[in-house]
Design a protein around this ligand. Structure first.
Ligand SMILES: Cc1ncc(COP(=O)(O)O)c(C=O)c1O
Length: 402
């Protein structure tokens, strides 16, 4: 799928052609995105919103056009519900501050799951601590499974916020977001979905998912680092206070009092990352042209192939669902008697980039009884030959290290 659009994929690493399988950490960028950013700096760079001159108006237009593209991409009801952030982590911290300040009191409960990335775990844990609220956790099984029943048993009318991932960054598990949100709604619980591992890999429709807020990062979906998105329903945004103050987010300021700009601008204090926003717009154009169903199908084919081939490797334990249709395009695994860091080093010598460690999901690794795992994560430019090189590298590591 269009490998030639990605200049970095032609380079060699340690004398071998690069096989980039660390896409869950960050994706590579197509020439189209790189060109859009260069074009912005070559032709339209200026600060946005406040300038009455041509460059500023052009930069503002680029920013606002991307806001509309993002809304369309996730089927948000209005572009006014799209807030630009620096990434998923920043977005979740913002929501953890702003939502809990308004909706959570002492004795209430904030609920997360045991498979969350630390970015969707620690901000809520800290907020609960600050407020004197209960921090509760929907547990996963030792095999890393989580089901609707687990959510149902934890939800009650004390649970003011439920924050959970659309897709796990370790197991690849796709959670039944729609059904979970339906359960939460019965108790008036606000649902916040971490979509960092979903938006890059599958069609996402926030209205049909039925969640209240949805967060993701640009850099995992072909856009630059330092740009991300919070989508939240307007009636919720209207009730919360900004968490950051300064230029661009005010309506009036006097010695006595300040008032806020319209939504979403009141939540975007300071100079925005226009270059990142321009890149995100180009990334969305690229993904839309391919079609997200196609991206998802392509990754499913790769995961099926990876699961089939990795199963044949002696001493290799795959984490997460056996059924490829319940997964995104990644596979994490443990190799008997070989530490994931050692495996990664051998693979790197073969030009194969994977990630090893706890993948910022320590509670999940503790539950599974392991310190670390190795993760190979695919994207639209990977092919079956990349998977085969991974498997060949693993066998080589076994020969060297065992
Ligand atoms: C599920 C999940 N949530 C949150 C994050 C944090 O994203 P960022 O580092 O872009 O803020 C990641 C990053 O790997 C992730 O996989």
């Amino acid at each position: 799928m269009n490998k030639s659009d990605f200049p970095i994929l032609t380079r060699k690493v340690n004398g071998k052609p690069l096989v980039y399988l660390d896409n869950a950490a960050t994706s590579q960028k197509p020439q189209q995105v790189i060109d859009a950013i260069a074009d912005y700096y070559l032709k339209s760079n200026a600060n946005v919103h406040r300038g009455i001159h041509t460059l500023s108006e052009e930069a503002t237009e680029l920013l606002e056009t991307t806001r509309k593209k993002v809304a369309d991409f996730i089927n948000a009801p209005s572009y006014e519900e799209i807030i630009f952030t620096s990434g998923t982590t920043e977005g979740l911290n913002f929501l953890a501050d702003a939502l809990t300040a308004k909706f959570v009191g002492p004795g209430d409960t904030i609920l997360v799951t045991e498979l969350e990335h630390h970015s969707n775990f620690v901000p809520w844990q800290k907020a609960a601590e600050r407020i004197g609220a209960k921090f509760d956790i929907v547990e996963v099984s030792k095999e890393g499974q989580i089901n609707l029943q687990d959510f149902a048993s934890k939800l009650n009318d004390k649970v003011k916020i439920l924050a959970f991932s659309h897709a796990s960054n370790v197991l690849g598990t796709i959670l039944p977001v729609k059904e979970i949100c339906k359960l939460a709604k019965k108790f008036g619980t606000i649902t916040v979905v971490d979509g960092a591992q979903a938006v890059p890999h599958m069609p996402v429709n926030v209205q049909s998912l039925g969640c209240d807020a949805y967060v993701f990062s640009g850099h995992k979906m072909l856009a630059p680092m330092g740009i991300g998105v919070v989508w939240a329903k307007k009636d919720i945004l209207a009730k919360i206070e900004p968490a950051r103050f300064g230029g661009g987010m005010i309506e009036t300021v006097s010695k006595e009092k300040s008032t806020w700009a319209e939504i979403p601008y009141r939540f975007e204090a300071g100079t925005p990352n226009v270059e990142g926003i321009v890149g995100l717009g180009a990334a969305i154009d690229y993904l839309k042209q391919l079609g997200m169903e196609k991206v998802q199908d392509h990754e499913k084919t790769l995961v099926e192939h990876a699961l089939a081939e990795l199963t044949k490797v002696d001493g290799l334990k795959i984490l997460g669902p056996e059924d490829p249709s319940k997964r995104t395009g990644l596979v994490s695994f443990c190799l008997q008697n070989i530490h994931p860091h050692d495996l990664s080093s051998v693979l790197d010598a073969e030009g194969v980039a994977v990630r090893s460690g706890h993948h910022c999901a320590m509670p999940l690794h503790i539950k599974m009884g392991i310190n670390a795992s190795t993760r190979a994560s695919f994207y639209l430019y990977n092919d079956k030959a990349d998977v085969d090189k991974l498997v060949k590298g693993i066998r080589k590591a076994q020969k060297i290290l065992l």
